[in-house]
Design a protein around this ligand. Structure first.
Ligand code: IPM
Ligand code: MG
Length: 357
């Protein structure tokens, strides 16, 4: 029996609803596979915890998480707590403290989901966005002076280091190499930003030498939005800075039909720390408690977690089950269906147990 310990942090909004669904699906996989076991421990950190304790997680939070094999994360953000507090109190300290420098965001059009682009079919859009996750525009470097006065100044400094750019570039080239098309697009804004972004371009060219079988090209981030929309077939693996990839991955989710299906792995490729898996969609207060949140992103990110843990069979089985359920039209309202979270979850569990999956 292969055993894994998972730290679940459902946190805010629809996070608890979709993580509960994901844990049920992991239990179904345990039964179906027979040789793998997941021990899930729940952590009640997040905005409610903040309202009681004045902090998003305990001071020794990272030490508590460190022994786990992986972290399964819901969403952070509450209407009555500033977003920069929730974010910098929980999710970013985990990403940065555990040096989860590769944020991996696959997107494809799942069967049964009608994408918004008129001429885009299943198979035309099958991308993985690799987001630099430890520095760049999210380095937290900057400050404010002369607060409240007319001469007030605020700076938000993007930090790019040779180590940081080289390692994410290497990760992206390796990932591109492992995919059938061996195609990588490197995104920057090196026409307007002539320091850190030009260094990205130079490091991309250097790292490319290690991967002669990968075809790669460069795009400026503004032109990239046009290419993603008008020529989705021309892209496969994409690497970009923390902020650029944040924006491009929302566009990718929308082009694939909904942010409700988009997953993320926050990965420490060196495996010194647990990696963290989460849906991209956020806390979604407009639908919290209604039971209609799309659990597909949290299932897909569970599949990413299984892959990371080395359970490729369980991961593939989970994705086949999700695709079968989507193809059968059992979909939540965000992707044009009428099913609720429980109906989609139950259908995926049934599919996991069915003999042809
Ligand atoms: C994401 C989100 C976060 C980010 C927010 C919640 C700060 O948009 O995961 O894409 O920008 O990293
Ligand atoms: Mg985002």
């Amino acid at each position: 029996m292969r055993e894994y310990s998972i730290a679940a942090i459902p946190a805010d909004g629809i996070g608890p609803e979709v993580i509960a669904a994901g844990v049920q699906v992991l239990e179904a996989l345990e039964k179906r596979m027979g040789d793998v076991k997941f021990t899930v421990k729940n952590f009640d950190w997040g905005s409610d915890y903040y309202k009681k304790n004045g902090i998003m997680m305990p001071a020794d939070g990272l030490a508590q998480l460190k022994p786990f094999d992986a972290i399964y994360f819901g969403a952070v953000g509450a209407p009555d707590v500033p977003d920069h507090i929730t974010l910098w109190g929980l999710r970013l300290p985990i990403c940065q403290g555990f040096d989860q420098y590769a944020n991996v965001r696959p997107t494809k059009i799942l069967p049964g989901i009608t994408p918004p682009l008129r001429n885009c079919k299943e198979g035309d859009l099958d991308w993985v966005i690799v987001r630099e996750n430890s520095e760049g525009e999210y380095s937290g470097h900057g400050g404010r002076a002369h607060k409240g006065l007319p001469e007030e100044v605020g700076t938000e400094v993007a930090i790019f280091t040779r180590v940081g750019v080289t390692r994410i570039m290497r990760y992206a080239f390796k990932l591109a190499q492992a995919r059938p098309r061996k195609l990588l697009t490197v995104v920057t804004k090196s026409n307007a930003q002539r320091h850190g972004m030009v260094m990205w371009d130079e490091i991309a060219a250097e790292v490319a030498q290690e991967f002669p079988d990968v075809t790669w090209d460069k795009m400026l981030v503004d032109a990239m939005t046009v290419r993603m929309t008008l020529k989705p077939q021309s892209l496969d693996t994409i690497v970009a800075t923390n902020l650029h990839a944040d924006i491009l991955s929302d566009l990718a989710g929308a082009l694939a039909g909904s942010l409700g299906v988009a997953p993320t792995g926050n990965i420490d490729p060196e495996r010194r720390f647990p990696s963290m898996f989460e849906p991209i969609h956020g806390s979604a207060f407009d639908i919290t408690g209604k039971g209609i949140a799309n659990p597909v992103a949290s299932f897909w990110t569970a599949a990413q977690m299984l892959d990371h843990l080395g359970e490729a069979d369980a991961s593939a089985r989970l994705m086949r089950a999700v695709e079968k359920v989507c193809a059968a039209g059992i979909l939540t309202p965000d992707v044009g269906g009428t099913a609720n979270t429980k109906q989609v979850t139950d259908a995926v569990i049934d599919a996991i147990h069915s003999s042809n999956i």
